[in-house]
Design a protein around this ligand. Structure first.
Ligand SMILES: NC(=O)c1ccc[n+]([C@@H]2O[C@H](COP(=O)([O-])OP(=O)(O)OC[C@H]3O[C@@H](n4cnc5c(N)ncnc54)[C@H](OP(=O)(O)O)[C@@H]3O)[C@@H](O)[C@H]2O)c1
Length: 301
């Protein structure tokens, strides 16, 4: 890794899409790759297998995000060029973080937004951020998932118990993936003057990854076996195939200076109608920043 001239961080690089993306990036000697996972030792061991660095990061915890940023900066790696916001969770029942926030929104959206903002002054421009979203954010795509909720960030962070627990949990996932897109489009505009490009990616349905870890044993078996046979269908991908596309998106010189796009494979596509609503993007961003400040204030007490 001595000849490398830039660092690329992949959140959730211990499994599925993130692991395949990091493995692909680490093949290029120009890249120093950092993968993150919640367990430091496990993450370091997995990183060593692919020639990357491994660091602990729990996106559902603001102190953990702060500790990760401190560790990354102290590691004195080559200039920070890329951040792949890939880590993601999907629950089958209502789940809260230690701070009492709805865990899907807190991890997939708030955790990544806080991480980006904490890293802003550490990027060396030109730099890139990629948000991993999902086609399930789009009600017009008939993915079988519940449509995203449209509510304020505060309502999403602290939801009332109004729906059936299971449907609610899956809806929280599609809502968080819409939030990833709204954040990508908002930050693309905000960060363009700093030469930080922000794009979003849909990896397609990738049966067999760890995303179903919270499901019943029967559902997990189906996800790992029957569902894998579906890879012949359009829109169904392998983590390896989508990982290569994601690595390309964050690293290729072909994407220099391009921001604010949503890609499937290597092709820009339209996302849902709702994702382009600029006032909604701005409101989500403003309220999320406020929530992050509250969490930081609580942690420092
Ligand atoms: N699988 C699909 O069909 C599919 C479809 C569309 C989009 N996606 C998106 O693709 C991304 C990757 O999903 P995947 O299918 O590869 O899932 P996965 O195999 O479960 O990988 C998820 C990664 O996130 C990390 N993670 C989980 N909770 C975390 C937390 N609280 N803080 C920090 N990291 C955490 C996990 O690491 P540790 O457990 O080591 O912490 C793991 O490395 C997600 O954003 C997902 O929404 C997946």
């Amino acid at each position: 890794m001595t000849s490398s001239d830039r660092t690329i961080v992949v959140t959730g690089g211990t499994s599925g899409l993130g692991y395949e993306c990091a493995k692909n990036l680490a093949l290029d000697p120009r890249n120093t790759v950092v993968i993150t996972g919640r367990d430091a030792t496990r993450t370091q061991n997995l990183a060593a297998e692919i020639g990357a660095h491994g660091m602990a990061l729990d996106l559902s915890s603001r102190p953990s995000v702060g500790a990760f940023v401190d560790e990354l900066v102290a590691a004195d790696l080559p200039p920070l060029f890329g951040l792949v916001c890939n880590a993601g969770v999907q629950f089958t029942r209502r789940t809260r973080t230690v701070d009492g926030l709805e865990a899907t929104f807190a991890t997939n959206h708030l955790g990544h937004l806080g991480l980006i903002l904490d890293l802003l002054d550490h990027f060396t421009a030109p730099a890139r951020v990629v948000m991993v979203s999902s086609g399930t954010h789009d009600p017009d795509q008939f993915t079988g998932m519940p449509h995203p909720l449209h509510a304020t960030a505060r309502e999403l962070a602290y939801p009332p118990p109004t729906e059936s627990a299971q449907r609610d949990a899956r809806r929280r996932y599609t809502t968080s993936k819409l939030a990833n897109l709204q954040t990508a489009y908002h930050l693309a505009r905000e960060l363009a003057p700093r030469d930080i490009m922000v794009n979003a990616f849909d990896p397609g349905l990738m049966p067999g990854t760890g995303l179903a870890r919270d499901a019943s044993s029967f559902q997990q078996l189906a996800w790992k076996t029957i569902a894998r046979a579906l890879v012949v269908l359009p829109g169904v991908r392998t983590p390896r195939g989508s990982g290569a596309d994601l690595a390309w998106l964050v690293a290729t010189p072909e994407r220099e200076g391009i921001t604010g796009q949503y890609l499937v494979r290597r092709t820009p596509v339209r996302s849902s109608v709702a994702s382009y609503d600029e006032p909604a993007q701005q409101a989500l961003y403003r309220d999320s920043v406020e929530l992050l400040a509250e969490l930081d204030a609580r942690a420092s007490r």
